[in-house]
Structure formats: C-alpha cells, structure tokens
Design a protein. Structure first.
Length: 313
C-alpha cells in the first residue's frame, strides 16, 4: 500500500472507491481478469472486492528492494466492521474472527487484529455454541449456586426513547406472585454495568425477557436450557428467532396482537410510521400465560439442573 492512500471519512464507509489505482498492490503474477471476475460476488459486507479491485502488480520487490515504510512480522487479521452501534452488530464481526482463528488454530498466537471501518435452515450450530463457550470460559463466567427449583427470570429494561415497556412494573409484580420465580430487572447500560457483570447475569438466567433490540444478543450466553422471550418483535420477525435457533435455545415472542397496545404508530425520522419507534403496554394475563409456557420449557429441558416436578406450573 503506498503513501498516497489517505483515510476517508466515516460517511464513506461502504464506498467502492476506497483505494485508487496505484494505491494497493504487490510483487506477484497478477491475473487481472480473474480478479475482476470476482466482482460478480461483491457486497459491502460479504466481499473484499471493492477494496481489492484496483490491486496492481508491482515490478519491484517491496521488502528486498527496501521500498517499505513499515514491515509487520506478526500475522494480521482484517475484520470489516458490520457496525459498531450495538452488541448485535459487533458480534457479527467477532463471530467471524472466532471462526477464522478456530480454522487456523491461532488462538495461542500473538496476532494483530485490524478493524476495517470504511442462515436459514440451520439450528443448534456447534460453531455458535463453541463461540459462546469460548467467550464464557475466557472471561471466567460461571453458573452460580441457586435455590433448588427456583426459575431465574431476567427482564431487560430499556432506558432508550423507544420500545420501552410502559407497564413494566405491573408485569414484574405479576411474575413475583409466583413463589418459584426469582425475578430481577436489569438495564445493560455499559457505563453503569460492566460487560462481565452483564454476562454473569445473563448466563445465570433461565428465562430472559426483553423488547426487540441489540440487548437480546445476550441470548448467545444463556445456558442451554434457557428460554429467550422477545416480548415484542416490532414486526422484525426473524432477527432474534434465527439467532436463538442457531444458538440452540428456545425462542418465544408475543402471540396475540389484540393484547399488545402501542403508544402510537411510531415516528421514524425518515420513513414515518414504524413499530420500532414507539413504546408498548401488554396485557398482564396474556403475558403471564407466555411466561408460564416459558417456565415449562425450562423445567422440561433435559439439561435443566433440577428435575423434580413443578406442580405449581
């Protein structure tokens, strides 16, 4: 890569002209026709073609001829960032990085990682489970001792402008009437609750409840017997259902549209009415029906640690 390459602004993130002619190349026999043929598969997040389409063949050897400004001797991984806006999009990047290190067995190597900022038909994948176990093991996140038969329920609150649960206290109080439920409410704001503490709570949860949003990516770190209850998917039907399917945990969401009550039609800044840009109230009886179904799924799971009957459910 030559000195002429200047970093572009973030607003040009997915532009296809990041490198100009002469700015990237190497000492090789380049089949330019084969390279350009790869453009048939180009996509900002699924291909490196946009960055490599101007790759050129150099007539000198950069290292041997002393033409390099910087020589890097460690292996380097380039990760093209999906988005750094929330946990869901960032984990799209880190799962791919994990796959790469898993394939080439480089976990114990000293490497550089460069963040480049410019699944249907599969379930219970060993890859995502291994990724989950890898993160939990490396960060020393463990299962805590709990009272026999207690079902640990975590409700993820939102301090954002939209997708708040307007009658959250009412729903929480309803769950607390069940003596076998251990209920807690959390707000995963990183400035107030560190990521390790968040993972410890998530991994020690049997039913994880939350509105559609990036925080539901925590389902990756639930125990195998847990249930993820996306309280309302805001008409984004597949996102966390697919992620739960791939991780291998049971997924539930709201079923009866007549028993969920949006505050208004939602106010997307550019497209107008949008279900992700409002807040919601929920019918308490219907909510409890679904929570009890989730509890049944937990206690019937073959890996549930406490096998005695739960007549109260």
């Amino acid at each position: 890569m030559t000195k002429g390459c200047q970093l572009k602004l973030r607003t040009c993130r997915y532009n296809e002209d990041f490198f100009q002619d002469g700015e990237i190349g190497g000492y090789c026999d380049l089949n330019k026709q084969a390279l350009l043929a790869e453009g048939e598969h180009k996509s900002p997040l699924q291909s490196w073609f946009a960055e490599l389409q101007t790759y050129s063949q150099l007539n000198f050897h950069p290292i041997k001829d002393g033409r390099c400004d910087l020589i890097i001797e460690k292996p380097v991984y380039f990760v093209k960032l999906d988005a750094g806006v929330n946990m869901y999009h960032h984990f799209c990047d880190f799962v791919n990085l994990y796959i790469t290190q898993h394939i080439n067995n480089s976990f114990s190597m000293d490497v550089n990682v460069v963040m480049w900022d410019t699944i249907a038909g599969c379930s219970s994948t060993g890859l995502l489970k291994a990724f989950s176990q890898h993160v939990l093991h490396r960060l020393n996140i463990t299962q805590e001792e709990t009272k026999v038969g207690k079902i640990r329920i975590t409700l993820l609150a939102r301090s954002t402008t939209y997708r708040k649960i307007l009658n959250q206290d009412e729903l929480v109080n309803a769950m607390k009437t069940m003596f076998n439920f251990d209920v807690r409410v959390v707000d995963y704001k990183y400035r107030e609750m560190g990521f390790l503490d968040q993972l410890q709570v998530t991994h020690n949860t049997d039913i994880f409840i939350g509105m559609h949003g990036a925080g539901l990516t925590h389902l990756l770190f639930l125990p195998d017997w847990a249930v993820i209850f996306e309280l309302y998917n805001c008409e984004d039907y597949r996102c966390y259902m697919d992620l739960a399917r791939l991780r291998g945990v049971h997924y539930m969401t709201w079923e009866r549209e007549s028993k969920v009550f949006p505050q208004d039609k939602g106010h997307h800044p550019t497209v107008g009415d949008h279900p992700k840009f409002t807040n919601y109230s929920f019918d308490v009886e219907e909510f409890m029906r679904l929570v009890l179904l989730a509890a049944e799924k937990v206690v019937q799971h073959p890996k549930w640690p406490y096998k005695q009957k739960h007549d109260e459910l």
